[in-house]
Design a protein around this ligand. Structure first.
Ligand code: ADP
Ligand code: ASP
Ligand code: MG
Length: 401
């Protein structure tokens, strides 16, 4: 059996934990399995590297930032190989260049295009444990790239697909996927399983337990994921195509406090305006989320509002100011201290009453809703950031999960 095992930052945060992970992987190896391990940087190392960069240059180039961040994962994989070696098991660490993990050139948000498997299979044939850096790739000009924060999950799934692994296990600091972030909603419950579609919505809407692209890839390639704890042996959560129906219509609540809202006021109410605005943003690789178009104040005018990630706010506003001609809008209005709260579940499909139940819960908790958007299996509201946890708890309560 070929197993891909991914361990996140906390799980390899210090010497003891690295040795603990090494032992867990060796157990698998000694059963005769081929073991490929994917690691994140230790603890908060990625945050620390970002802070260090900004001390030297508040606006570092994205290429150099990725070059710097890849050292985090390189540190943990080499230490892990040393730990396994000390325990008497042959292991080899490989970075993205050595594997040949090809990505697009979008620094800090690259996508994996192709993985060469020869080197990994070669090392496995020699009965080594292969330890691969998560989160990083190489573009066609041999520059290092990174896959976006939390991207090691995506490395693990992409490897599992490329190697046709029999299992892909994501080890983290919680023992599975919960109905909400257990740090924010204390009464959250662990799910025994969840569908790809629900998990994709949860991850995209702020449930940081899995990188959303990892779920997208898992669905595309039919890779069944298990999310479980690196510290206990408890059974985790299985992420797969279909699950048995559960008691609640809702499978989870997610919160995302990394949101900012841009409102472009008083644009002309004529064809092509939305295209122009969103094309400017697309050219800058700004990801736009919830979009709302409303009737404006003036005659034949409208307002267009949308959300972006907080870190992309400045780039987005500058791109709009530079590229929209002066008379084509009245004002650009920005709110940064906001958050998104969502309920997610396949049970929402045929049941609009669910949305109103959520709105009632927020009303009773005295949370003001600033924007609403829905899809087939979710309802998302925009709220003030200070209300996020209160709103998550209220929504969670309302659906008795
Ligand atoms: P790792 O470093 O292992 O990748 P992360 O910090 O990225 O770990 O993800 C694990 C964290 O995700 C948990 O500590 C938890 O606070 C958070 N989280 C958010 N939403 C959920 C959820 N629905 N279920 C479980 N954990 C969640
Ligand atoms: N080390 C990277 C981060 O902190 C990638 C990851 O943890 O998955 O975002
Ligand atoms: Mg993570």
């Amino acid at each position: 059996m070929l197993v891909v095992k991914k361990f996140g930052g906390t799980s390899v945060g210090n010497k003891e934990r690295i040795i603990n992970v090494a032992k867990r992987c060796i157990e698998d190896y000694q059963k005769g399995n081929d073991v490929v391990v994917v690691l994140s940087a230790m603890g908060k190392m990625t945050d620390e590297l970002i802070a260090k960069a900004k001390e030297i240059n508040p606006n570092p180039s994205r290429r150099e930032m990725d070059m710097l961040l890849t050292t985090g994962e390189q540190t943990s994989v080499s230490l892990m190989a040393m730990a396994m070696d000390a325990l008497g098991v042959p292991a080899v660490s490989l970075n993205a260049f050595q594997v040949a993990m090809h990505t697009t050139s979008v620094y800090s948000n690259a996508r994996i295009k192709r993985i060469d498997t020869d080197r990994i299979f070669n090392e496995l044939e020699q009965r080594k444990i292969v330890i691969v850096t998560g989160f990083q790739g190489v573009d066609r000009f041999d520059n290092y790239t990174t896959l976006g924060r939390g991207g090691s999950d995506t490395t693990a799934v992409a490897l599992a697909a490329a190697l046709h692994a029999d299992a892909c296990e994501i080890y983290t600091d919680v023992d599975g996927v919960y109905t909400a972030d257990p740090r924010k909603v204390p009464m959250a419950k662990k799910l025994s399983d969840i569908t790809y579609d629900e998990m994709l919505e949860m991850a995209t809407l702020g449930a940081g337990v899995l990188h959303n692209r990892s779920v997208e890839l898992a669905k595309k390639h039919g890779v069944q994921l298990v999310v479980r704890s690196s510290l206990t042996t408890e059974e985790g959560t299985v992420v797969k195509e279909n699950v048995r129906s559960r008691g609640s219509e809702i499978s989870g609540v997610a919160g995302d406090d990394d949101a900012a809202r841009i409102a472009i006021l008083g644009v002309d109410d004529i064809p092509g305006v939305a295209f122009k605005i969103f094309n400017i943003l697309a050219r800058k690789n700004v990801n736009v989320d919830m979009i709302l178009q409303s009737v404006g104040q003036g005659k034949n005018k409208k307002d267009i509002s949308f959300t972006v990630k907080e870190e992309e706010l400045d780039i987005a506003v500058k791109a709009l100011e530079d590229n929209l001609s002066d008379g084509s809008y009245q004002d650009i209005n920005v709110s940064s201290k906001i958050a998104k709260v969502s309920i997610i579940g396949a049970g929402l499909r045929n049941n609009f009453g669910m949305a109103s139940r959520m709105f009632e819960a927020l009303y009773k908790a005295n949370v003001n809703i600033r924007m609403i958007s829905t899809s087939e299996i979710r309802v998302t509201v925009l709220v003030n950031r200070e209300d996020m946890e209160k709103a998550m708890i209220a929504a969670h309560e309302a659906f008795k999960m």
